[in-house]
Design a protein around this ligand. Structure first.
Ligand SMILES: [Zn+2]
Length: 149
């Protein structure tokens, strides 16, 4: 399984994470799935109601609104992202504890190093297993074959 993300969307996530410092920020990603490829076609930048450098939560109302928007555009939810202002792009113990959906992509953008690092994971809470997913950042994400005509 791989995730393909447009550079412009990556830059929006990065800008959101930087503007939220010192706190974590979060958001949702939506798009299309074709075979083992997840195409991110829309990124939802959300506030972190916890306003904290080590925690985030997603406001249920903002989430519902985003899901409605995804449906109206024919997109499927692909997962979420949050920033790690000063820790590596790895799920924290708390991230694992709160990962309720084993089929979602949990993406983490770390601002801790010299360069920002974005990594995405599948998380199985019960077994505390995390599996990293390849992320491709592309200049332009062509639509999956099924949607071209
Ligand atoms: Zn985290």
């Amino acid at each position: 399984m791989r995730i393909r993300l447009k550079r412009s969307d990556y830059l929006r996530i990065l800008e959101h994470a930087r503007s939220g410092l010192p706190d974590e920020v979060c958001g949702l990603i939506a798009g299309r799935i074709e075979e083992d490829m997840h195409y991110v076609e829309k990124v939802y930048l959300l506030d972190n109601p916890d306003a904290c450098p080590e925690h985030f939560s997603i406001d249920p109302r903002a989430q519902l609104e985003a899901i409605r928007d995804m449906r109206s555009l024919g997109l499927v939810p692909l997962g979420n992202f949050h920033s790690h202002p000063s820790t590596p792009a790895r799920p924290s113990d708390e991230d694992i504890k709160l990962a309720y959906d084993p089929s979602a992509n949990y993406c983490i953008l770390s601002l801790a190093g010299d360069e920002p690092a974005l990594k995405c994971f599948r998380i199985e809470r019960a077994t505390r297993t995390t599996r990293e997913t390849d992320v491709e950042i592309v200049e332009y994400a062509p639509l999956p074959r099924a949607f071209q005509n």
